[in-house]
Design a protein. Structure first.
Length: 158
């Protein structure tokens, strides 16, 4: 997990995380902060273990930590945060020793993390972990949330 700990200390990662926090200071819905990033990474890891998938733990954690780092850009400019996060993640991954193939796989998963099914196993795990990571059971904003506008009910998976 040396590369993951490098990401956690990376000045750009910290800057983007802080920009998310600032942009969402008054947000009543789920936030895109460190707790969310780690929840997504850990749930993706659990899903991969449960399905006996041979996916490197650092790839799962890198995707989980970086998948929403561009959320602040969506608030500022309207740019899709999956695309923005992919762009921002490129330099971070390069600085922390990920190979060309690893970067390609992680960046693809980040780009596709909002699409069900995904274009790869990692993208699918990231998509599902992102959905499962939200703790909606006691959320004060649940009645206004788009996830529940059609009468859906919360179900805890992880």
């Amino acid at each position: 997990m040396k590369r993951i700990n490098g990401i956690l200390k990376d000045p750009d990662f910290i800057n983007y995380l802080n920009k998310n926090i600032e942009a969402e200071a008054d947000r009543i819905f789920c936030r895109h902060d460190m707790a969310h990033f780690l929840d997504v990474a850990r749930i993706a890891r659990m899903l991969s273990i449960e399905k006996n998938l041979d996916i490197n733990k650092e790839l799962l954690y890198a995707a989980g930590l970086l998948h929403d780092i561009g959320r602040w850009m969506e608030y500022e400019s309207g740019e899709d945060h999956a695309e923005a996060s992919k762009e921002l993640a490129q330099k971070i991954l390069a600085r922390h020793g990920f190979t060309k193939e690893e970067k390609k796989e992680i960046l693809n998963a980040i780009e596709d993390h909002r699409k069900g099914g995904g274009t790869s196993i990692l993208a699918d795990l990231l998509y599902r972990a992102d959905k499962y990571s939200r703790n909606c059971a006691l959320c004060d904003a649940k009645t206004a949330c788009k996830k529940f506008q059609n009468g859906e009910t919360f179900f805890l998976y992880y």
